[in-house]
Design a protein around this ligand. Structure first.
Ligand SMILES: [Fe+2]
Length: 197
């Protein structure tokens, strides 16, 4: 967690529209209560790590990726369970996330969430939104990121993708899986909702 907090601290020092949220999240990560021992649990979507990790370890956020690799074997994986009814079993078998901080996470927090997201290649994460503010930092992949119905654009590894509260957004992966660091701020217990379920 200290690795992510120090990454967010250094990003916040660069200024810009994500500085305030990243500094806030970093502060909360630095002041978390002691963790509850987790029950490790892997989801099928974790299989995409094998293809994503080499690129992520070769990238500018390798220290964050090393931190993930150290904690992942002891971590439970999660999904947004109500997606299954709309997106089907095949979609659910190809995505998931490790939530390190949040309402369902190892480290409980009502206002901040932080973790790692994985989705396989050739997948469309349909348009969705949520009350919480969100920042993704891609760690791998050639994903197209779309906001507010605009055409998707690629983002470099480590380039922040900022989704203000309730902004509609979607992602489309291409040749390689997407592996990303994410954080939420706000009502983190309120899960994302598809805009066209
Ligand atoms: Fe989101």
């Amino acid at each position: 967690m200290s690795i992510i907090a120090s990454f967010y601290r250094s990003e916040a020092r660069k200024g810009g529209p994500t500085a305030d949220m990243l500094a806030d999240v970093a502060h909360e990560l630095e002041n978390l209560p002691a963790p509850e021992p987790p029950e490790p649990f892997r989801l099928p979507g974790a299989k995409h790590l094998a293809a994503a990790l080499p690129e992520a370890l070769d990238g500018p956020m390798a220290s964050v990726v090393h931190g993930f690799m150290a904690i992942e074997p002891e971590s439970p994986w999660f999904q947004t369970d109500h997606y299954r009814a709309s997106l089907g079993d095949d979609y659910m078998d190809n995505y998931g996330y490790v939530t390190l901080v949040g309402d369902r996470a190892i480290l409980k927090h009502e206002r901040i969430a932080c973790g790692f997201f994985v989705i396989g290649p050739g997948r469309h994460y349909p348009e969705h939104h949520h009350e919480a503010e969100e920042i993704y930092h891609p760690l791998s992949g050639d994903t197209l990121w779309s906001q507010d119905g605009e055409p998707g654009t690629p983002r470099a590894i480590g380039e922040a993708v900022h989704n203000p509260p309730w902004l509609r957004h979607e992602m489309t992966t291409r040749e390689t899986p997407l592996f990303a660091l994410y954080c939420w701020r706000g009502r983190v217990a309120d899960q994302a909702q598809l805009t066209n379920p």
